[in-house]
Design a protein around this ligand. Structure first.
Ligand code: PLP
Length: 394
């Protein structure tokens, strides 16, 4: 019999967005070697790890260098010290979860893709559009059907459930990448009620939770009554504490989440035990330090720095009369391209006219056409200079 590869890979688009951004930037640079290009498109952080994290990791490295304190394989689901710290963190905003409902991982992206292992084959996933492209691609690779919930200006980029639509998995990303929109507790309650009524499971991506400062917005889906029977939450140290290169995240799966006699928490533990050997001890000690008083103070300073960048961008757009969302409870600013320009048309305009690189909204789904994403993760100096140039150009 001829071996066959997974033909569902034919269903996914080439990873076109960032490759095309890089190609157009490169072409411009080749034609204008003297140009000083500023990147406000990246979703990666730029500030270094907090000193408390570095100190904890250094000390963990020392432990690894001594026979008596060396550690080999750790628990698949993460060390107790870190799970306890995460549990305490949730407690700080009033959410009660048990340590054995928390699974430490090498980041939210892996878990968001891998979680499909515990779902039955051939289901339908409801995904908001525009959104972080990983949800769509992982579902298509797994041969699942994907349907979309439109996030548009009309619904403030926060679609509400439609009882005429059925899906067994629902993806919600809040604060959202790319729109920066974040659900209120009330808005999220509607989704939880819908999921509990229809039997669907919500995969809630809270990777940008720590950017929330407004009261009334959801930090965790487990703030919502009934979420423990219908939701899984994914979170990450990447944007919160600059771990994009260090790699650590966590997934919360309540023990109450069951369908037809199968328990999601147990399935995930079994899945991780089979396919994952845990996150390194050194990294988990670093992550633990994020939750100390000192660590929290330091990472909050970094978050405040990024949020001031977002303010600089927002103020510039206000002066130009350009409509946008996000930036306040999110590192992303999602703007409507002026003069009804298309996303790529606006990309070229900014690159050629201001030497500023952003991300065309069309790359995040059909509803992203005509929009553009700027990020607050650059340096202050670059952000200020980029906005001065954009103001001059427009
Ligand atoms: N979820 C969202 C919405 C993201 O934007 C990102 C990264 O950009 C991730 C998850 C991935 O996070 P991690 O670095 O923990 O894999």
């Amino acid at each position: 019999m001829t071996m066959k590869f997974n033909s569902h890979f034919n269903d996914i688009n080439e990873s076109y967005l960032f490759a095309e951004v890089a190609a157009r930037t490169q072409t411009f640079r080749a034609a204008n070697p003297e140009s000083d290009i500023i990147k406000l498109g990246i979703g990666d952080v730029t500030l270094p790890l907090a000193p408390a994290v570095i100190a904890a990791m250094r000390s963990a490295v020392s432990e690894m260098s001594e026979k008596d304190t060396f550690r080999g394989y750790g628990p698949y689901e993460g060390y107790d010290f870190l799970r306890e710290s995460i549990r305490g963190y949730y407690g700080s905003f009033g959410v009660k979860i048990a340590a054995d409902e928390i699974f430490v991982s090498d980041g939210a992206k892996s878990d968001l893709g891998n979680i499909l292992d515990i779902f039955s084959e051939g289901g339908t996933s409801l995904i908001t559009d525009p959104v972080y492209p990983v949800y769509v691609d992982t579902n298509l690779m797994a041969g699942r059907k994907v349907i979309f919930a439109d996030a548009t200006e009309q619904n403030d980029f926060l679609p509400a459930p439609d009882y005429k639509v059925t899906a067994d998995i629902i993806y919600i990303c809040s604060p959202n990448n790319p729109t920066g929109a974040a659900y209120t507790l009330k808005g999220l309650q509607e989704w939880v009620d819908y999921a509990n009524k229809t039997g669907a499971v919500i995969l809630y991506d809270a990777a940008y939770e720590s950017f929330i400062s407004d009261g009334g917005l959801a930090r965790s889906i487990f703030q919502i009554e009934g979420a423990e029977t219908c939701a899984i939450e994914f979170c990450s140290f990447s944007k919160t504490a600059g771990f994009t290169g260090t790699r650590c995240g966590y997934t919360v799966i309540p023990k109450a989440l069951e369908r037809e006699g199968l328990n999601a928490n147990k399935l995930w533990l079994r899945r991780q035990a089979t396919k994952f050997n845990g996150v390194s001890y050194v990294v988990q000690r670093g992550a633990e330090a994020v939750f100390t008083a000192e660590g929290q103070k330091q990472i909050r300073e970094n978050l405040a720095y990024y949020k001031r960048n977002a303010r600089v961008i927002a103020d510039g757009l206000d002066e130009l009369g350009i409509k946008y969302t996000g930036g306040k409870n999110s590192p992303y600013i999602w703007l409507r391209c002026p003069d009804n320009a298309g996303s790529w048309q606006f990309f070229d305009l900014l690159l050629n006219g201001a030497q500023v690189v952003g991300t065309p909204g069309a790359g995040f789904g059909k509803n992203g056409e005509g929009y553009f994403r700027l990020t607050a993760f650059g340096s202050r100096e670059d952000t200020v200079r980029a906005m001065q140039r954009i103001k001059k150009l427009l």
